[in-house]
Write a protein that binds this ligand. Sequence first.
Ligand code: SF4
Length: 430
Amino acid sequence: MTLQKKLAILADAAKYDASCASSGGERRDSSNSKSALGSSGGSGICHSYAPDGRCISLLKILFTNACIYDCHYCINRRSSDTPRARFTVDEVVQLTLDFYKRNYIEGLFLSSGIIRNPDHTMEQVVAIVKKLRKEHEFRGYIHLKTIPEASQELIDEAGRYADRISINIELPTQQGLEKLAPEKNLRRTRQAMGGIRYRIEEDREIRREKSTKKPKPFAPAGQSTQMIIGADGANDSDILHRSNDLYRSYKLRRVYYSAYSPIPDSSPILPAKSPPLVREHRLYQADWLLRYYGFDVQEIAGAETPNLDLEIDPKLSWALRNRSHFPVDVNLAGKEELLRIPGLGVRSVQRILAMRRHKLLRLDDILKLRVSSKNCLPFLTTFDYHPSPSLLESEQLRQRFLPPPEQLELNFATPSATNETQSAALTGEF
Ligand code: SF4
């Protein structure tokens, strides 16, 4: 098989991993056109954010799409009849160097199916990054998906050469894993995540000691994971509880949510349709509330409302269910209360706190922050602005925030996240 053919198969097989993907965009393809150029749905090179905030392009491939496991939701599972391919260590090294030298990429995102056994696969993956770093002095960004069942020594070695390492948790519940990925072991995954956290913290400790000779940094961009949404029966509360637990237990940098997409010849125990893409988007917003806005999972998706409202963002949804907390006086409230006002993001709250050291804030001061006035005005007061109490009590208040009704499209395309919600997810300001 030619290298080009292998690349086509193994780059396409990697596209199901969302850890560095952007989603929600319109799919466009020019392969059937003589005059058009480019494709927004292709695979091979993806974009990710470096620790310093730069957006970088990565060669995103699998080492092999052959696998001895049979996870129902995966196109590469043992029982799938998808075309298989496998790179050699040298081929991945050469492809990365060639693409890098041509300025196509700034790094590598490498994952793999499991061949022979987890240790054997991990040895191949480690050999690639070791060769890149040691023989070729490759300084680009490397994100490695590691195999949780591989030995701790191999995972430790991977962390010495990669910038970020990640292990996919795959599904939020043990029941989901038992049903859809019976060969995966949640306990082993957690042990591996714990081992990575330990190494990262140990490494930071060593780096703080000025006198010692410092080893290579261990996964300086931290660890992350991915969860598939909508393949099992887990609700949003289950998903967010799992994420919260992972953030706390293993200090993950990110949990990526990947809406399940039906695969060819899929197992009959899987749903026939993907969940709406907006669900993935609402989970990212809720995840942001847990990490940066001081919310608990129970507040966002509790026993009474275990699934997120798909029509409005989770902070607005919480505010509408807890109207007695509002309106909040922006001149007097503490940071935690300000962060709960819909439409005010972390940066806006920081600016409010800074401004009010010097003056009493008026409505104009808030509007100058370019916040979403539609979302925040019913929920706050300023020196010169007090919303009518009847507005907050109104049964109709929720209607005000709903997106305008849309004409149904005849092709019934999968609904995607709106521009407004997509930009909120990028900035984290909502
Ligand atoms: S172990 Fe990974 S590659 Fe193999 S079937 Fe499961 S999800 Fe797919």
